[in-house]
Every structure is written in C-alpha cells, then in structure tokens.
Design a binder for this molecule. Structure first.
Ligand code: HEC
Ligand code: HEC
Length: 181
C-alpha cells in the first residue's frame, strides 16, 4: 500500500482525516524501520553509497580523522559526542551502532591489507564480498573452499605469525559486508 492509497481512502469530509493521514504514514514508517534488518546491510556498500562522496574510502577516513582512546572512538572535532553526532548525520538509526563499530575497528587497525595484499587485491571489502564466507564461525575462501587460515600459508608472502592478524581482519570485514553481527 502506498501513501497515495491511504490519502484516497480517507474522506475529505472526515474531520479527523487531517490527523489520521500523518499518523498512518508515520506508523508505516516506524514499522518499516523496525522490520528493516540492520544486520542484513552491507556496511561497506552503504558507506560507498552514502558517505564516500564526502569522506572517501572508509578505512582511510577512519585512520586519518578518528582516534581510539581507551577503546572509545573520537573525532577530531566531535570528541565526546561522536555517537550523538552520527545519529544526526546521514545515518538511519539502526545503522548508527554498526557503522560506529566499523569505524572503531578501522581506526584501530593499520593499512596492512592495503600494504601487503593491495598489489593484487582491491579492497578487503571487495575480497570478502566476492570470495569469503563464514561457516560455523570459521572463515572460508569460496574459490578453494578451504579455511582462509590454511589457504594463507604460503600466500601473499605471509609469515606464519602474521596469518592470524589477516584472518581476524577478513573475518571482521566478511561480517561487515555480509551483514551478520
Ligand atoms: C554531504 C557531505 C557528507 C556526507 C554525505 C557525510 N558526511 Fe560525515 N561529515 C561531513 C562534514 C562536513 C563533517 C564535519 C562536520 C562537523 O565537524 O561538524 C563530517 C563529519 C563526520 C564525522 C566526524 C569527524 C570528526 O573529525 O569529528 C564522522 C565520523 C562522519 N562525518 C561520518 C559520516 C558517515 C558515517 C557518513 C555516511 C553515513 C557521512 N559522514 C556522510 C560531511 C559529510
Ligand atoms: C601476488 C598477488 C597476490 C598477493 C600479494 C595476495 N594475493 Fe590473495 N590471491 C591472489 C590470487 C591470484 C587469488 C585467487 C587465486 C587463488 O585462489 O589462489 C587470491 C586469493 C585470495 C583469497 C581467497 C582464497 C579462496 O579460497 O578463495 C584470500 C582470502 C586471499 N587471497 C587473501 C590474501 C591476503 C590476506 C593477502 C595479503 C596478506 C593476499 N591475499 C595477497 C593473489 C594475491
């Protein structure tokens, strides 16, 4: 049902119609926001569509403009009220926390993926979106069907003790793009 249907069905002689239309429209908007599943959103795709025109690549933005102090994310300008700022800044309410958490993780992580993997792979988000999946809490590559922790042995010139870092990074990004917490 569209808003127009609603309007047509309310008689103009009805004294309550003026109040009723906005209430019904409002109710369906609330219902829509409740039923829209934040966990089904590709956060990197959302960022690229909604935030990138002003802020560029998300991880580069986070590392450059945001800081983590005692686990808390702060902006250069918005220090104590970053969450409050984000609630009024181009974000639907249900994505404020997920996007905040993504920025927090990015600001806490260096550009290792870009430096070590970027010569062959585009972004970590693109790799995760196209080639990775989580099954039973474990990260797998779709191409080989193997656990990424095993696949990375001997891949990308990684030393054994560097592999867990990249598995954790790609596991986090896989969750961000495939929308599960
Ligand atoms: C139309 C341009 C525009 C878009 C689109 C936009 N922003 Fe911003 N953003 C700004 C500007 C300008 C500021 C600085 C405003 C201020 O300091 O009050 C800012 C500030 C921020 C800050 C705080 C930085 C700091 O140093 O305190 C964060 C975090 C942020 N934006 C995240 C986002 C996210 C997430 C999105 C997408 C959902 C987004 N922005 C979309 C223009 C934009
Ligand atoms: C010299 C180029 C090169 C570099 C550097 C590189 N990769 Fe790859 N990577 C590839 C190619 C080519 C494939 C696809 C073919 C394959 O499955 O081996 C791939 C596939 C993958 C896959 C998917 C595996 C699967 O099972 O589908 C993962 C995960 C991966 N790379 C992670 C990384 C990480 C993390 C780094 C950085 C530490 C990295 N790669 C660096 C070339 C590279």
């Amino acid at each position: 049902m569209t808003v127009n249907d609603d309007v047509e069905h309310v008689s103009s002689s009805d004294p309550e119609c003026f109040m009723r239309i906005p209430a019904r429209v409002f109710a369906s908007a609330v219902l829509l926001s409740l039923t829209m599943d934040a966990t089904a959103v590709d956060l990197h795709h959302f960022w690229d569509q909604t935030c990138a025109e002003c802020h560029g690549h998300s991880a580069e933005f986070s590392r450059r403009f945001l800081t983590v102090r005692d686990g808390k994310l702060t902006g250069r300008r918005h220090k104590d009220e970053l969450l409050g700022f984000l609630s009024n800044h181009h974000l639907p309410l249900e994505l404020v926390i997920p996007v905040h958490d993504m920025l927090l993780a990015q600001a806490s992580t260096g550009p290792q993926f870009k430096d070590r993997c970027g010569s062959c792979h585009d972004t970590a988000a693109a790799l995760a979106r196209d080639s990775l999946l989580i099954r039973d809490d474990k990260l797998y590559g779709k191409g080989t069907g193997r656990p990424v922790a095993e696949f990375l042995i001997g891949h990308g010139r990684l030393k054994a003790d560097e592999i867990p870092f990249f598995v954790d990074l790609l596991t986090r990004v896989e969750r961000e793009v495939h929308g599960h917490p």
